[in-house]
Design a protein around this ligand. Sequence first.
Ligand code: CAA
Length: 258
Amino acid sequence: MEYNNVLVEIEDKVALVTINRPKQLNALNAETISELSNCFETLEQNKSVRAILLTGSGEKSFVAGADIKEFASFGKEQGAELSRRGHNQLFNKVENLTKPVIALINGFALGGGLELAMSCHYRFASENAKLGLPEVGLGVIPGYGGTQRLPQLVGKGRAMEMIFTAKMVSAKEACEMGLVNDVVAPDDLLELGKKSAKAITRNSGNAIAEAIKAVNAGYEFQNHGLEKEIEHFGNCFGTPEFKEGTGAFLEKRKPNFD
Ligand code: CAA
């Protein structure tokens, strides 16, 4: 598998997928989303793969979000379409993949980055990781499933606090609230992921696929919420506050929402 922004290695039935745009802190542009989509489809078909690890390249970032430069000029319809395409191409696909996907959060997991990690079946983080949904600081809401999957993982109150304040939490705090399962030193993160994936490969792949379907079925009622997220995400696009928020990021200044 050859991609511009994604690296894939397969060893001992475990695939390691690395998002590789380190200069942009692995931000998810359309090409990366499309490559990841293709990569997960291919790995699902590959009978020699039983578990998948997903991480970001470099020491600084897992994924710093959707690529703000790509959508800053979008209006309402394009915004909703961006969200819908993301759900269909990648985020729902990862969640429903019939092989376990474990996120290894090696640094910033912000916005679409945390949303991607939350689409994975579970998550480990390194001690330097920082997690958050900073979208409201850009004049928009989380649009890749964050409004639904964060409350599932940490409860409605904590999720609303994180979404409204746009604050980042440390790996330790994320672990305490159930957002990640374990935290280790940066150098030990890959080993922890491999150990967990190895344990998976010793069990019945068929039974695990059925377990994923059964667990996810319990959350199907929230599909309505995902539809509403697309609508409300789109509503934010093109507004004066959206232009101020995204413009401030591009101009490297603080936004003014007074
Ligand atoms: N989109 C596009 N480019 C990004 C990016 C993003 N989400 N995050 C970082 N980059 C780029 C920066 O623009 C910068 O590029 P240049 O060198 O060309 O200027 C490069 O990556 C390095 O970033 P910084 O210089 O900003 O690095 P820093 O260490 O000073 O700050 C950071 C790190 C706090 C993560 C900061 O980059 C940041 O705040 N990034 C944006 C985080 C964010 O708001 N994510 C949410 C995106 S919206 C979203 O995801 C919507 C959705 O739900 C669908």
